[in-house]
Design a protein around this ligand. Structure first.
Ligand code: APR
Ligand code: ZN
Ligand code: ZN
Length: 366
């Protein structure tokens, strides 16, 4: 066991605190990772506000990279000294999804079995089974994906959550390729990642939609060819117009990605889609939201697919090393997502800044 500094949310809505925690030595199948960088995600704030569950105290942080310090019995995929990006999809290899070869849908992902605790022994709930606003954390070895050690920790750690969700929503779930048109509604961290992923796949046009002009500027830097300010413009009409100029007769975009998580924007996505097109819902709705009342004939008549994307349908062992390599080659600008590097004491201030239009990600660097 060892003691390290970490960011903990003790009670609903209370500001987070930097405290000393106990990190057990890794048991069978586990690893201790020395954290180098961890992005501040909305989900961390949701935990702090009691919006995920009430298993306080939470050890926050989950978009992270670091170096494996020690591994437990039976761990062969990673070794001390490996540079890794942490993931929350450590696949089991045995559930019905894994057995049919669809590991990206694993229904039985796992985390470390042992618990990290406060100094008084109170068990911590690590955010998404990771808990990486900490000098060191204990995870399941399968949550560690080895990537190019020359890569910048603050940038590649972001693949651990929001950026992967966005890129994967486009490439994995939406099957965006060359020759397809894409519209992305909501250009926060997830939405602009979907734009970057679409650009990487060679899609055109790539239309960014947001109500905030600053977000649309960020979207352009990451590959949007067109922007729509939906606070003043009609999204469905504009998407149809832009795609119709490129593809004769197009009634919308081939793939529309909803990265807000609201019924109104999902409905816009539904109607901004070309015939036989795909809607991808990657924004996370709240439990009270309902599917908009749509004529069933519109669902039938437009054909195509209405999909949801959890974690960008990613398979970390397949996607993380590939995306880090593309970053290293200058083909995927992960640096653009890092608005600022902050210290472990600055997480609460970073939560405040989330509401400002000019912050994609604050990243804690240790
Ligand atoms: N139309 C278009 N854009 C909107 C609308 C709207 N009606 N309402 C909000 N937005 C924009 C915001 O201006 C912001 O740019 O959606 C974006 C949301 O971005 P963030 O709040 O930064 O969230 P992000 O981290 O990108 O996550 C997006 O995915 O992971 C989930 O919980 C997360 O539901 C959230 C979504
Ligand atoms: Zn499985
Ligand atoms: Zn996250």
């Amino acid at each position: 066991m060892q003691q390290v500094k970490a960011v903990v949310a003790r009670a609903e809505g209370a500001p987070v605190e930097v405290v000393t925690i106990n990190v057990p030595d890794p048991g069978p199948g586990e690893a201790v990772v020395k954290i180098q960088a961890c992005g501040v995600c909305h989900t961390d704030l949701h935990y702090r506000q009691g919006g995920i569950n009430d298993e306080f105290p939470f050890l926050l942080g989950h978009e992270a990279s670091g170096v494996v310090e020690a591994v437990g019995e039976g761990v062969t995929d990673v070794a001390p000294g490996d540079f890794v990006v942490l993931n929350w999809r450590a696949v089991c290899g045995e559930c019905r999804a894994c057995k049919r070869g669809e590991l990206q849908y694993c229904f039985n992902t796992h985390n470390a079995k042992q618990k990290m605790t406060l100094e008084d022994g109170t068990e911590l709930s690590p955010a998404l089974g990771i808990g990486a606003f900490a000098e060191k954390t204990l995870v399941a070895a399968g949550q560690c994906t080895k990537v190019d050690p020359a890569a910048r920790p603050a940038a590649v750690g972001l693949l651990g959550c929001g950026v992967m969700a966005g890129i994967g929503a486009a490439i994995n779930t939406g099957a965006v390729t060359r020759g397809k048109s894409v519209a992305v509604i909501g250009c926060g961290g997830v939405g602009v990642a979907a734009i970057a992923g679409s650009a990487l796949a060679g899609a055109s046009p790539i239309i960014a939609v947001d109500i905030d002009a600053q977000k649309l500027e960020a979207a352009k830097k990451l590959g949007a060819t067109h922007t729509i300010d939906s606070s003043t413009e009609d999204v469905v009409a504009r998407v149809k117009e832009i795609c119709g100029e490129v593809y004769d007769g197009a009634e919308g975009a081939d793939v529309v990605i909803e990265a807000v998580g609201r019924p109104e924007t999902w409905e816009q996505a539904f109607y901004a889609r070309d015939l036989a097109g795909t809607v991808v819902l990657v924004g996370v709705p709240t439990p009270d939201m309902k599917v908009p009342q749509l004529p069933l004939i519109d669902v039938f008549g437009r054909g195509g697919a209405l999909k949801s994307s959890w974690y960008g349908d990613c398979l970390p062992t397949r996607d993380f090393p590939m995306l880090v390599d593309l970053y290293q080659q200058g083909r995927l600008d992960l640096d653009a997502f890092v608005t600022e590097e902050i210290g472990i004491d600055d997480v609460e201030a970073a939560f405040e800044k989330m509401h400002h239009g000019n912050v994609l990600r604050s990243v804690v660097v240790l």
